[in-house]
Design a protein around this ligand. Structure first.
Ligand code: SAM
Length: 286
């Protein structure tokens, strides 16, 4: 296959810039530009797209995004050592790559986008991946500023994102994701694709926000799922007691069986529980 650009191989970039991987920054680099192109394409056609990339590192995914036609990539990288390598990519694609040196958990990209449609594509640092995803899924206002998220996670986390009732991985993350978005696993990536290789298999997940999620308050949904999954093997009439409202009224109001367990309840059941909980609270339940 022809090279995707005229820049040096990533192995050379890493050597030239002394980018030895640091565990504390969740650094597992992808050096195969065919693989990074596959991840980039997983986000949909890139021609003319605006992309926010978290953790570009030496720039393997960044290069794929640009080579495939993204008109603008905003890349947020915390490791100062990577900035010089990223500047070389910016020079090869004039006016298309903006590099922000900073912590993606703290950077607000919205002012930079000024309302333009954007998507997120990232090989995330594993230590902050879930936190970033939850931050994006709980964005306010909703619909959010991004049109999709295409993200690499450890396979086990990817399974928790897309799980449905009765899956072992079904829990709070799946309920939150299912409420606000539709998520699916695109493909797995073997440990050997990374330098250094992580211990576990990874998966690329594609998340598309729902334009109109069912009416529900995030805080109430979080309270209910926290209580329910906090004791996932117990019946809900027991586990929901910690909410401090009349549990029988709560379950009856939501049309959920008292003997059901959290792991069996569909998203619609959790939404009904959250809304009934809000009603009971406003009537003075707690
Ligand atoms: N995208 C590159 C690739 O695919 O080879 C690097 C991926 S590596 C798994 C994660 C990257 O995220 C590293 O470059 C790391 O320095 C960066 N990073 C870690 N924590 C970060 C944070 N809080 N904000 C921004 N970047 C971060």
């Amino acid at each position: 296959m022809a090279a995707i650009d005229d820049l040096p191989p990533l192995r050379d970039v890493i050597r030239t810039h002394g980018l030895s991987a640091q565990k504390s920054l969740g650094q597992n680099f992808l050096l195969d530009l065919n693989l990074t192109a596959r991840i980039a394409r997983g986000s949909g056609p890139l021609e003319g797209a605006t992309v926010v990339e978290v953790g570009p590192g030496p720039g393997g995914l960044t290069r794929a995004l640009l080579a495939l036609g993204a008109k603008r990539v905003i890349a947020i990288e915390r490791d100062h050592r990577c900035i010089a390598a990223l500047n070389e990519i910016a020079a090869a694609y004039p006016g298309r790559l903006e590099i922000i040196e900073g912590d993606a958990l703290k950077v607000d990209v919205r002012p930079l986008l000024a309302g333009a449609e954007a998507r997120v594509v990232a090989n995330l640092p594993y230590n902050v991946g879930t936190q970033l995803l939850v931050g994006w899924l709980t964005s306010d206002p909703w619909p959010p500023w991004f049109s999709s998220l295409t993200l690499m996670f450890q396979r086990e986390v990817a399974e928790r994102i897309v799980a449905t009732p009765d899956d072992k991985a079904y829990g709070r993350l799946a309920v939150l994701t299912g409420w606000r978005a539709q998520a699916r696993i695109l493909f797995d990536v073997a440990p050997s694709a990374f330098v250094p290789p992580p211990k576990v298999t990874s998966s690329v997940v594609h998340v598309v926000p729902r334009a109109n999620p069912a009416p529900c308050t995030l805080k109430d949904l979080e309270r209910v799922t926290e209580a329910a999954f906090g004791q996932r093997r117990k019946m809900l009439r027991q586990s929901l007691k910690s909410l401090g409202v009349d549990t029988a009224a709560l379950l009856a109001g939501a049309d959920v069986a008292e003997t059901a367990r959290a792991e069996e309840i569909e998203l619609s059941g959790f939404l009904a529980l959250a809304n009934t909980y809000a009603d009971l609270k406003s009537k003075g339940g707690s």
